[in-house]
Design a protein around this ligand. Structure first.
Ligand SMILES: [Zn+2]
Length: 225
């Protein structure tokens, strides 16, 4: 696996393919293979997530980006088509120290600057999943051209807990390269957008309302859910 700072977006972990890192079931008809996962976070604990629940923000949100390995040859093709991608979203909440996440957090000082990359050993991202199986799901689009309706979003209801120091480590990353005037990588989430005509379904009784980012914002040429 490789961990890197994405020039425009976030801290991303690219996954070397493993047969174990597949998801299926729920709203998904096929097997989807994990491509990468990344985080969005705020400058302070009051915001940072891309989705909100009952209009409440979480300080960070994890996205695990999968592609349909049954219908498509590769990630790039899948990203252009309906039912091509499936993204699992997990909220991070301020609380207990997250031991497994710390292994990733420990790599952050070595990828502080833009475009830097570090390799580390095997890591099973399922340790970042909350225990509760409940989720919301909706069909959405990529945030970038060609804005295809390719993404099945699966947003877990239960957040995982991380401590303040771990969140602070995220905020030490930089949008800028070495030698440039430092710009901290914070608030790398998209603003909430109107729901438009999308339907959000939940795997549990409707006690909470998920507010989603639904309208694509053309910005970069990267395929980044
Ligand atoms: Zn994302």
């Amino acid at each position: 696996m490789k961990s890197s700072v994405h020039p425009q977006q976030a801290w991303t972990v690219y996954v070397v393919w493993s047969p174990l890192l597949m998801i299926k079931g729920g709203p998904l008809e096929h097997n989807y293979r994990l491509k990468q996962f990344h985080f969005h976070w705020g400058a302070i604990d009051a915001w940072g997530s891309e989705h909100t629940v009952d209009s409440k923000c979480y300080p960070a949100e994890l996205h695990l980006v999968h592609w349909n390995a049954v219908k498509f040859e590769n990630f790039e093709d899948a990203a252009l088509e309906e039912h091509g991608l499936a993204v699992i979203g997990v909220f991070l909440k301020l609380g207990k120290h997250h031991k497994e996440l710390q292994k990733l957090v420990d790599t952050l000082p070595s990828i502080k600057h833009k475009d830097t990359l570090v390799e580390f050993g095997s890591f099973d991202p399922s340790c970042l999943m909350p225990a509760c199986p409940d989720y919301w799901t909706y069909s959405g689009s990529l945030t970038t051209p060609p804005l295809s309706e390719s993404v099945t979003w699966i947003i877990k209801k239960q957040p995982v807990e991380v401590d303040h120091d771990q969140l602070e480590q995220f905020r030490t990353l930089l949008f800028t390269s070495e030698g440039e005037k430092e710009k901290r990588m914070v608030d790398n989430f998209r603003p909430l957008q109107p729901l438009m005509n999308r339907t959000v379904r939940s795997s549990f009784r409707h006690d909470y309302v998920l507010n989603i980012q639904a309208k694509p914002q053309p910005s970069t040429s990267q395929v980044t859910p």
